[in-house]
Design a binder for this molecule. Structure first.
Ligand code: 6R9
Length: 633
């Protein structure tokens, strides 16, 4: 594959060049794409705006690079193998030619409902081929896609639709998850009753569930596609035209719409994919993420297709019909590169080796991990039982905001170190800072992780609120992008990501803002005040611990059930608290700020060193909380 690094010496050389002359480096990578018009200027930037432009003046369409470009050479090669929820249901294979035709049909359907370049389209869909097709169909006609993970609730969906002012929503009648069928259209309908901006709802058929179709608004997607032409010219896009919005949690209450643009995202998605997975022609690659998250955007849809890869897309869950499903799929398709999350590894590890034993797993060459720190035990298990000590593990650190993998080993090239994401990819200039923003230039240090030079797939803004983008990412430290993560760098220059240093918790690899959770909990009539923190959880990485003050005595059982239900409807099942503790007060400073540090320590069961509590308004609440949580004062 073009621009693939083959040895450690080459990595060091290429990395040095990419830092010495970033523009020449990225221009060279960009040369291998098909452009309607080449760029006038590779990069202009300042992090004060922030205002970052890559490949300015260029014109292109990303779907021509994902699809059309491959037709002559590999039109009949499989682009996507779709493995359905049920293991006995036949899979669907789409060749590049077939995928191209379907994307054009769906693009024509969108056009027929009035979608034009720049319009926002919301995709609230299960992991069915139509989701990948819809993503590309939007890009084909220059509409901006906003994929909302289908596990989010009606309210969360409504907020995202309204924030983006989406004109069209795509959904399905139902979503099959293991033995369950989720009535997706009903949830969408509930959201849509609060979304006057939506004119048309296109509904894919996936279940036998009846769903209401609102006349004049709702349309069956399958029928509309069948009637549409398979020819749709690709809209001409400028390099910096928006490609998509993806909402993510931050430390304040409202999710942010992270914005990615066209050319830079394309170049980096390709470059990082071929290097981190060392994909070779005819390999079968599988990323288990959902397209509702950034990992699915970059490493199920765009990256693999840009590289002309064959990739697996899985509708179901890892534990159904049993905990061997992932391994069965690896054997079934002879998967070569497998990319998943630590939370899945830990969950499957806990089920026991009898679910791994029946499978050969001999096609695997590279194993990947993403979403949260991978603990040593999970790393060793993944390495020994899945990789059979033969497959390098790439622990890939990145974020919704970075668009692509930033720090990761290159398999069979970078020396591995368990739990370390190791080295930055070429073109990526990370640094560690102290609290004042001074760069810790030496090795063997720990600090706040930032990036000091732009890279092509970095976020450009937060939708509808550029100032928020500036505040959250670019004002903490001058001339640096701040990640929100803490990290350490060992004596050899390898990075290990420690975790979030802000009020974001990472539950099973999903980001949740504690403020977002508290806002919902506080809506309950009986709640006076709440504070939510993360604590170590064996499977999920972090669990959700909610401390609540109630207005009147109530049964713990009823309170838990009601709060869980409330969170379920307001955000979704992923955000349900693991522990709810009623307390009579929260540890606050004299200025009224909750000392979360103390709550975090107590929630983790560690009260050895709570630090100075003398500045608290009422230090005695700490004793009470300790007693309530741990049964000791
Ligand atoms: C791609 C993705 C981003 C946050 C990030 C960090 C955590 C991701 C990690 C990791 C340790 C890794 N994170 N990968 N922590 N090691 N390999 O997950 O994006 O959902 O935006 O989350 O996830 O804390 O800041 P996103």
């Amino acid at each position: 594959m073009e621009h693939q690094i083959n040895s450690w010496e080459e990595y060091e050389k290429v990395y040095a060049e990419s830092v010495a002359n970033p523009e020449a480096f990225w221009a060279n990578v960009a040369e291998s794409f098909s452009w309607k018009k080449k760029w006038d200027n590779v990069l202009s930037w300042n992090f004060d705006g922030p205002d970052v432009k890559w490949f300015e003046g260029a014109e292109l369409n990303i779907t021509e690079n994902c699809l059309d470009r491959h037709l002559a050479e590999r039109g009949d090669q499989t682009a996507i193998i779709w493995e359905p929820n049920g293991p006995k249901t036949p899979e669907i294979r789409l060749t590049y030619k077939e995928l191209h035709a379907k994307v054009c049909q769906m693009a024509n359907v969108l056009k027929s409902y009035g979608v034009v370049k720049g319009d926002r389209v919301c995709l609230y869909m299960p992991m069915i081929p139509e989701l990948a097709i819809a993503t590309l169909a939007c890009a084909r006609i220059g509409a901006i896609h906003s994929v909302v993970f289908a596990g989010f609730s009606a309210n969360a969906l409504a907020d995202r639709i309204n924030d983006a002012q989406a004109k069209v929503v795509l959904t399905a009648d139902g979503s099959l998850r293991g033995a369950k069928v989720i009535p997706l259209k009903d949830i969408a309908d509930e959201a849509l009753s609060h979304c006057p901006c939506v004119e048309t709802v296109l509904v894919a058929k996936r279940s036998d569930k009846f769903c209401h179709m609102q006349a004049g608004r709702d349309v069956w997607l399958g029928e509309a596609m069948d009637a549409a032409s398979t020819d749709c010219p690709a809209e001409t896009m400028s390099a910096e035209d928006m490609l998509f919005i993806l909402y993510t949690s931050g430390s304040t209450g409202k999710p942010k719409g992270v914005v990615h643009t066209t050319a830079g995202y394309m170049v980096y998605a390709y470059y990082s994919f071929v290097n981190v997975f060392q994909y070779q022609q005819n390999d079968i690659y599988w990323c288990t993420a959902d397209i509702g998250w950034i990992t699915g955007h970059t490493y199920i849809v765009y990256g693999p297709l840009l590289a002309g890869a064959s990739s697996v897309m899985f509708e179901g869950v890892p534990t159904w019909p049993d905990a061997g499903r992932f391994w069965a799929i690896c054997d079934k398709y002879q998967v070569n590169q497998f990319y998943t999350a630590p939370t899945a590894i830990r969950a499957l590890m806990a089920k026991g080796l009898e679910y791994v034993a029946p499978y050969r797993l001999n096609s695997l060459k590279v194993l990947g991990s993403v979403g949260e720190p991978i603990n040593e035990e999970a790393w060793q298990w993944y390495n020994k039982y899945i990789g059979k000590n033969q497959c390098p593990i790439v622990d890939t650190w990145w974020q919704t905001e970075t668009g692509g993998i930033m720090i990761s080993p290159l398999p069979n090239i970078t020396p591995l170190k368990p739990t370390y994401a190791t080295r930055p990819l070429p073109g990526i200039q990370p640094c560690l800072l102290d609290a004042e923003g001074n760069e810790l230039a030496e090795n063997d240090v720990e600090g706040l992780l930032a990036v000091k030079f732009p890279w092509p797939s970095m976020l450009r803004t937060t939708y509808g609120d550029h100032d928020r983008c500036k505040q959250v990412y670019f004002s903490m430290f001058k001339d640096k992008y701040f990640t929100g993560d803490g990290a350490k760098r060992d004596a050899d220059g390898n990075y290990r990501i420690i975790g979030r240093v802000d009020d974001v918790i990472n539950v099973s690899g999903h980001r949740l803002g504690t403020a977002e959770l508290e806002n919902v909990i506080n809506e309950h009539d009986i709640i006076v005040e709440s504070a939510v923190v993360g604590y170590p959880h064996e499977i999920k990485g972090q669990g959700i611990f909610a401390f609540v003050i109630v207005q009147e005595a109530c049964s713990q059982e009823a309170l838990e059930a009601e709060l869980k239900e409330l969170i379920n409807t307001e955000i979704g099942p992923i955000a349900k608290p693991d522990r709810i503790q009623v307390v009579s007060g929260l540890p606050k400073t004299r200025s009224g700020k909750i000392m979360r540090r103390i709550l975090r320590k107590i929630a983790s069961g560690d009260v050895s060193n709570l630090g100075d509590t003398s500045t608290l308004l009422d230090p005695s609440v700490v004793e009470e909380i300790k007693e309530a949580v741990l049964g000791t004062a």
